[in-house]
Design a protein around this ligand. Structure first.
Ligand code: SAM
Length: 234
């Protein structure tokens, strides 16, 4: 008998932000667990699993076949949003990559986002790049979550199309982009865990930079400012 998919806590949280009956793409889907899980539990949902690498795309196809979901989960091999046709999806998931890569996938595929109402991003690092892209491209952060999954801390950012009630305040914007405008309002245990660790890391980096023969003063100053911000939120 086919076993049911058990998602990690991180992917389960990501999946919880898709509405019932979603028609979505999961870019960088790897094993396609997320689209399979959603379509298994929601008979109205449909998904496209995008993968740039052949190995993961193969395991995505194998899983889709194993779970008998080939009518509702379409695995496509290719780069970012290039695998999509115009107006094909209403929601987009990009999880488990760095923020800079997520941002470049959004940037390069911006022409495919006309029909997309919601983007759920889970950057492993540099969430700030993703928030900034949302801010500059007409998507409003409507939910943010910080998850402790087996000792690893992950940020999930949900952004909806439209700019009604922006969470950003002009004199706080840079700080909000770093920590997350909504995460800052509700600082959880995972938030403190992440930013305590980031504080230690940044302090170490600054000390190393100060000991270098040639010092990048501009960078040291920027990092010291961020260190001050972190101290303020802790
Ligand atoms: N999304 C899954 C998750 O969160 O568990 C898998 C994350 S996995 C670490 C990242 C996947 O993204 C890899 O399978 C990689 O091949 C794929 N990937 C990286 N860049 C991509 C791109 N430009 N377009 C599509 N897939 C990409």
């Amino acid at each position: 008998m086919r076993s049911r998919i058990k998602l990690s806590k991180r992917l389960e949280k990501v999946s919880s932000y898709l509405p019932r009956g979603a028609f979505f793409a999961d870019i960088g889907s790897d094993h396609a667990y997320l689209p399979c899980f959603i379509c298994m539990h929601d008979s109205a949902a449909k998904a496209i699993a995008g993968e740039i690498n052949e190995g993961p795309a193969r395991s995505a196809i194998d899983n889709v076949n194993l779970y008998g979901l080939s009518d509702v989960v379409d695995v496509r091999l290719g780069d970012g949003l290039h695998i999509l046709k115009m107006d094909e999806i209403n929601q987009l998931v990009i999880a488990g990559m760095g923020g800079a890569l997520i941002k470049s996938i959004l940037e390069e595929g911006a022409g495919k986002l006309d029909s997309v109402q919601r983007i759920i991003a889970q950057p492993n690092i540099d969430a700030r790049s993703v928030r900034r892209w949302f801010l500059e491209n007409g998507f409003t952060v409507t939910n943010e979550e910080i998850v402790d999954d087996n000792g690893h801390i992950y940020e999930i950012i949900v952004a909806d199309k439209g700019e009604v009630s922006s969470p950003y305040v002009s004199n706080m914007k840079d700080k909000q982009l770093l920590f997350g405008p909504l995460l800052l309002k509700n600082k959880t245990k995972a938030f403190y865990k992440k930013w305590n660790a980031e504080y230690e890391k940044l302090q170490f980096v600054i000390n190393q930079m100060k000991e270098a023969n040639v010092q990048n003063l501009e960078k040291i100053e920027r990092f010291e400012m961020e260190l001050k911000w972190i101290k303020e939120v802790l």
